[in-house]
Design a protein around this ligand. Structure first.
Ligand SMILES: C[S@@+](CC[C@H](N)C(=O)[O-])C[C@H]1O[C@@H](n2cnc3c(N)ncnc32)[C@H](O)[C@@H]1O
Length: 265
C-alpha cells in the first residue's frame, strides 16, 4: 500500500491526492491563518470573502471549517457549480455566491466587513493589479483584516517553457515586465516574489509568510507520479518542504503571500 501524505486536510474538494499536490501548501497556510485570526478575534466563525472564488475549491472547505464565505465571481457557470458543490458538502447555509468582479466587489459585497479575503488566481487576470488590490483591501475589517493572495509566478513559467523546449518563449517570459511568454499567452501578468510583496505593501498591507506553490507539480511527468508506488505522497512532501525556501519560490508556478492590515488602522 502506498503511504498517505502527512499533509493534513479537511474533507471535500481538497481531499484528493492530486488536488493536494496542487493546493495542499496553500490550504495548510490558510487553515492556520484562519485559526489564528479566529483566536485573535475571539470568534469561532469568521466572515471570509473569496474574490474570483470560481466553483468553490477553497470557499467550500473554508465553510467546512465553520466560517461564513461570500464568493464574488464574474462567471454565472462557476457560481452555479459553487452552489452545487456547497450543497453536496453540506455547507450551503454558510456559502453565498454573488456575481461581481474586482471592479464592483465593494458594491456587491460591502466595505470593511471581512476578516479575511482570498484572492487566488485573480491578480494575474486583471488589467491593473495595484488597483484591484486596493479594492480587496477595502473589503477587509480594519482590525486584523488578512489577505490570502495566490498569483502566477514568473520563474515557474520560464522553467516550464524551457523544459518543453520552447526556449524563445522562456526568454520572452524572463525579459517581459509582465512575465508573459508571448502574444498568445493567455495570462496577462506573472509575478516575482519582490513584485508581489511590493504590490501588497503599496495597497497598505504588511506582507507576512510567503510560499512557493507547484514548484515541481507542473514539471514532473504524470507517468512518474501515477505509476510508482509512494511517488505522489513523496512529491507532496517535497512540495511542502520546498515551499518556504526562497530558492524554490523563485521557480514556483504560483506564489502565495499572507498579508494583514497594520495594527494602527
Ligand atoms: C484560476 S481561477 C481561480 C478560482 C479559485 N479562486 C481557485 O483558486 O480555485 C480564476 C477565477 O477568477 C475569476 N475572475 C477572472 N477575472 C476576474 C475579475 N476581474 N474579478 C474577479 N474574478 C475574476 C474567473 O472567473 C475564475 O473563476
Amino acid at each position: 500500500m502506498p503511504s498517505q501524505p502527512r499533509v493534513r486536510v479537511a474533507g471535500g474538494p481538497l481531499s484528493g491526492p492530486h488536488a493536494l499536490l496542487r493546493a495542499g501548501v496553500v490550504w495548510e497556510v490558510l487553515r492556520e491563518a484562519l485559526a489564528q485570526r479566529a483566536r485573535a478575534a475571539g470568534r469561532a466563525r469568521l466572515d471570509v470573502l473569496d474574490l474570483g472564488g470560481g466553483s468553490g475549491r477553497f470557499a467550500v472547505p473554508v465553510a467546512g471549517l465553520g466560517h461564513h464565505v461570500t464568493v464574488v465571481e464574474p462567471s454565472p457557470d462557476a457560481l452555479f457549480a459553487l452552489e452545487r458543490r456547497a450543497a453536496e458538502e453540506g455547507v450551503a447555509d454558510r456559502v453565498r455566491g454573488v456575481q461581481g468582479d474586482t471592479q464592483d466587489m465593494l458594491d456587491v459585497a460591502g466595505r470593511e466587513g471581512f476578516d479575511m479575503v482570498l484572492c487566488h488566481g485573480v491578480l494575474e487576470q486583471v488589467e491593473d493589479p495595484a488597483v484591484a488590490l486596493r479594492s480587496v483591501v477595502g473589503a477587509l475589517r480594519r482590525t486584523g483584516g488578512t489577505l490570502s493572495l495566490l498569483a502566477a509566478g514568473v520563474g515557474g513559467a520560464v522553467l516550464s517553457r524551457a523544459l518543453a523546449g520552447r526556449f524563445t518563449e522562456a526568454r520572452h517570459a524572463l525579459e517581459d515586465p509582465a512575465g508573459r511568454w508571448g502574444e498568445a499567452d493567455p495570462v496577462p501578468h506573472r509575478f516575482a516574489v519582490a513584485e508581489l510583496t511590493s504590490l501588497v505593501t503599496g495597497a497598505g498591507l504588511v506582507p507576512g509568510e510567503v510560499h512557493g506553490v507547484r514548484v515541481f507539480a507542473d514539471l514532473v511527468p504524470g507517468s512518474l507520479v501515477d505509476t510508482e508506488p509512494d511517488a505522489l505522497a513523496e512529491l507532496i512532501r517535497l512540495e511542502t518542504e520546498a515551499a518556504a525556501r526562497p530558492a524554490f519560490q523563485a521557480i514556483a508556478g504560483q506564489l502565495h503571500v499572507l498579508a494583514r492590515l497594520p495594527d494602527d488602522q
